[in-house]
Design a binder for this molecule. Structure first.
Ligand code: GLN
Length: 514
């Protein structure tokens, strides 16, 4: 059967628990993300934070980078200290606290009967905003990687059901990602804080559901009991140490962004991407030279390094959904229909909606092609992903031309961009993860998975930095937009073509892996 314990629709009953927990977690993440850059760039007088594009883009990038980067220590902590199941629980609580912290100034303003001066509220907002973001980063780092690991553990080693399990799980992610922007943006129309609060409320529903049904996990994801007194004491010390470290680092980061320690978000974002790229390069060089690998393994690690570069490039375009493209919807898209103005955030649902519709189509397509021995190899699917990304931005090039000419672009432009980007995601993302696991040498499994997350983190960061430049914040900037989009088109499609050209040598390096 491929798994133990009670079943539901041919899958372990525990999958349903994890499905809904992750659905609500993604609900909170994407609901808040739909509002994030809009809230930052909206003027104080209109209830926003009044940051400029560059700063807002940098903060968006650093935040979304942080969420994926902390998956690395999050996985490690689960393995040594908390176990997967508890990590998901603690992570979810911290995430909910984060959203509520962001919503807090709204409650204070309400209690004061709306008599709080706009700038008092705004400084309160800055404090609670950064504190909230930090909590969400820490919480997601604990929850996101570990909940996926439990999904894997529900099935027997090598069970053919596992892939199907992950596809179902991915649906949960996107159902959350689909409904959240609509619901949270609707509430944010009344008050931004209400939008953030609703995101947190979703996470709470997920937590209640997790608590009530976690018996169905049948002990999966629990830490094995410590073997000795010494180990018990050791774990306790490590836990204390971890806890203090998180508090101290969070506090420093908080003081930096809140303004007590003077920093420049854009400069930090710029430095961060260089540091991440260097660390990743250093890691791969180290593993290849000193990792004690044989020749075949070294070649495979080389392939992972190459593909992750292209992956990072893909995500740095794709993840502009919540930054550059969100601002395009706000500033340059005609959102009026039948006398009603569609809230900007609604457009953030498009990607998840298209995933729900087209994921089964793509899955069927690969099977259909495989039957005819026509299924493209993994590097080719990667290249398709990049080219589709480029086509999506080509659509934006035309939309930006409309904006540069001084008119509002029709919403269809953005929708087609998201459609192409979703096709790109369906082509590249699932292959990336599974290929990384297949190519990774046994003793570097976990770390190579970490490198995949690192490439997603890097992409998210760059997506924020680009938004700081390419969102048409001023008159001159609007005129530059078409060229900026065209540059992204050239880079994405160019990278896709390069990858196609080097597919043959890459496949040689891959050896027995397809
Ligand atoms: N949309 C997916 C999720 O939120 C994948 C995002 C990504 O890997 N960049 O889980």
């Amino acid at each position: 059967r491929g798994f133990d314990g009670p079943s539901m629709f041919g899958h372990p009953r525990g999958l349903m628990t994890l499905f809904f927990t992750e659905m609500w977690e993604r609900f909170s993440y994407y609901g808040m993300r739909a509002l994030l850059i809009l809230f930052m760039t909206t003027a104080v007088i209109d209830g926003g934070l009044g940051f400029d594009d560059k700063t807002s883009g940098a903060i968006y990038g650093l935040y979304t980078m942080g969420v994926y980067l902390l998956a690395l220590p999050g996985g490690w902590l689960a393995d040594r200290l908390f176990g997967l199941k508890k990590s998901v629980w603690y992570g979810g609580i911290i995430i909910a606290l984060g959203h509520f912290t962001m919503g807090l100034p709204g409650i204070l303003a309400m209690l004061e009967g709306g008599h709080v001066a706009k700038d008092t509220l705004s400084s309160l907002d800055t404090t609670s905003f950064f504190l909230g973001l930090i909590l969400i980063v820490v919480g997601t780092g604990l929850l996101k990687p570990n909940i996926s690991s439990i999904v894997g553990q529900l099935y027997h080693e090598g069970s053919s059901k596992r892939d199907a399990g992950f596809s179902i799980f991915y649906m949960g992610i996107n159902i959350g990602g689909f409904i959240a922007p609509i619901i949270c943006s609707t509430f944010a129309e009344i008050d931004w804080h209400l939008g953030f609060g609703v995101a947190g409320f979703g996470m709470v529903l997920g937590l209640i559901q997790y608590r009530l049904t976690s018996g169905t996990l049948k002990g999966k994801g629990e830490l094995t009991d410590p073997a000795s007194e010494v180990e018990v004491a050791h774990r306790r010390r490590l836990r204390m140490f971890t806890f203090l470290t998180i508090i101290v680092i969070s506090l420093v980061v908080f003081l930096m962004f809140q303004g007590t320690i003077a920093i420049n978000a854009a400069a930090i974002a710029d430095a961060s991407y260089k540091v991440i790229a260097l660390v990743a390069a250093g890691f791969f060089i180290y593993v290849i030279l000193f990792g004690g690998l044989d020749k075949e393994e070294k070649k495979k690690v080389g392939v992972i390094a190459i593909l992750l570069c292209f992956g990072a490039l893909f995500w740095s375009g794709f993840e502009q959904a919540g930054s550059t493209l969100n601002l395009f919807a706000e500033r340059f898209t005609n959102r009026h229909v039948f006398g009603w103005e569609i809230p900007t955030g609604y457009f953030q649902s498009a990607n998840s909606m298209f995933i729900i519709i087209f994921a089964p189509v793509f899955a069927a397509l690969w099977v259909w092609l495989a039957k005819r021995h026509l299924e493209p190899s993994s590097p080719i699917k990667f290249a398709f992903g990049l080219i589709l990304l480029g086509i999506g931005f080509l659509v934006m090039y035309f939309a930006a031309k409309v904006a540069a000419a001084g008119s509002l672009a029709a919403p269809t432009w953005l929708m087609f961009t998201y459609l192409f980007h979703t096709f790109g995601e369906l082509s590249l993302s699932p292959v990336g993860l599974s290929l990384t696991t297949k190519l990774a040498p046994k003793k570097f499994q976990g770390q190579m998975m970490g490198m995949w997350f690192l490439s997603v983190a890097l992409g998210n960061l760059v997506a924020g930095i680009i938004a700081g430049e390419a969102s048409g914040g001023s008159k001159e900037a609007v005129a530059e937009m078409p060229d900026q989009y065209m540059l992204i088109v050239m880079i994405s499609i160019g990278a896709g073509i390069v990858l196609m050209l080097i597919t043959k040598p890459i496949r040689k390096l891959m050896g027995n892996v397809r």
